[in-house]
Design a protein around this ligand. Structure first.
Ligand code: ASP
Length: 338
């Protein structure tokens, strides 16, 4: 009699590149390497312990540094995850290997678009796979532990790095190098992973998925981010408006303050105004509604970082939102007080 067959949970691993798949010339190089050089299969092969945890199917979406991700990659990723969840009832979850630089944008995009209780877990690494003390293999192992954990269901899109589990809305890269580069700004991590397993100190509260049914076409709107500073160039905003940007995110100073230069440029524009959000450059804390900015057509992004505010604007524009629709969505998402 042979051993009884063990049924392991089925996972889909989608590789996109990044430092987790990075390869350097020597094991001591941690800054100079080619991102996305290794395949998803190679990453899996480097962690044989994963075979005990799950049956993992690997597919490549891209092999890029995450600064080079394009809307076409995002579209592919969303389509593949939606299809996998629709057609594979036995699938436990999805793991995505991703560059850390824009991981939080992809996580938030997926949070707004993927409506399924099964976990989607993003994972990256700060050191290339070839480095001494590479962090990718353990991060990948722990991401899989989270993805197959029944208690991960209904918690939305997650990111796992350094033994911490972050939610898509709060996860933020806060350091340019070294491990421990991720935080849930304005909140703590949702949980952690260690030898005793996966820990969730709080009950699951399923995040909203406002664009679950939104089809993504190949044409995406243009949304620019402007960074607030002392006396910004006066020509910048009129140039963007004349170029026809459909969305603008202002990274305001302090609690989302705009300069007179910026307010005047918007005030004097007599064409159609783009959808506009005010975020802040402080890195944490909310931006609230303000009568002066509302008069100019600007809505507050709440606690969203400028890059996540941009993701929201992209999807709002694809969905054909008016400013009033966007205001309603900000309220439903708890980003703007009623
Ligand atoms: N260059 C990398 C990226 O693709 C950085 C990283 O993954 O840590 O974002």
């Amino acid at each position: 009699m042979g051993e009884p067959a063990v049924q392991r949970p089925a996972l889909l691993l989608l590789s996109t590149g990044g430092t987790i798949a990075g390869s350097g010339a020597t094991s001591t190089q941690v800054n100079t390497y080619a991102a996305g050089a290794l395949s998803g299969d190679a990453l899996l092969a480097a962690v044989p312990e994963l075979q005990q945890l799950a049956t993992i199917r690997v597919e490549a979406i891209a092999s890029v540094d995450s600064a080079d991700l394009q809307f076409a990659h995002w579209r592919l990723l969303v389509a593949r995850i939606r299809e996998a969840f629709q057609t594979q009832p036995d699938l436990a979850g999805v793991v995505i290997t991703h560059g850390t630089n824009t991981l939080e944008e992809t996580a938030w995009l997926l949070q707004l678009l993927i409506d399924d209780p099964r976990p989607v877990v993003l994972v990256g690494a700060m050191r290339p796979a070839t480095a001494l003390s590479a962090d990718g293999p353990l991060n990948l192992y722990q991401a899989v532990e989270v993805a197959i954990d029944p208690q991960a269901r209904g918690r939305g899109v997650l990111a796992v790095l350094d033994g911490e589990i972050h939610g898509a809305r709060a996860v933020t890269k806060v350091a340019t190098q070294g491990v421990g580069a991720f935080r849930s700004t304005g909140a703590g991590p949702l949980g952690w992973v260690d030898d005793a397993g996966v820990h969730w100190p709080a009950a699951a509260g399923a995040p909203m998925v406002p664009f679950a049914a939104l089809p993504l076409s190949s044409m995406w709107p243009q949304v620019a981010i402007l960074h607030g500073c002392v006396e910004p160039p006066a020509a910048l905003i009129p140039a963007l408006l004349q170029a026809g940007v459909q969305g603008l995110v202002f990274t305001g100073t302090g609690a989302g303050q705009l300069s007179a230069v910026e307010r005047t440029a918007i005030d004097q524009w007599n064409g159609p105004l783009p959808l506009m959000l005010r975020a802040n450059r402080c890195g944490s804390g909310p931006v609230h509604r303000c009568a002066d900015h509302a008069r100019l057509g600007l809505l507050p992004a709440g606690t969203l970082s400028p890059q996540k505010a941009r993701v929201l604007l992209l999807l709002a524009l694809i969905a054909g939102y008016t400013r009033a629709d966007l205001e309603g969505e900000l309220q439903r998402l708890g980003l703007m007080a009623v």
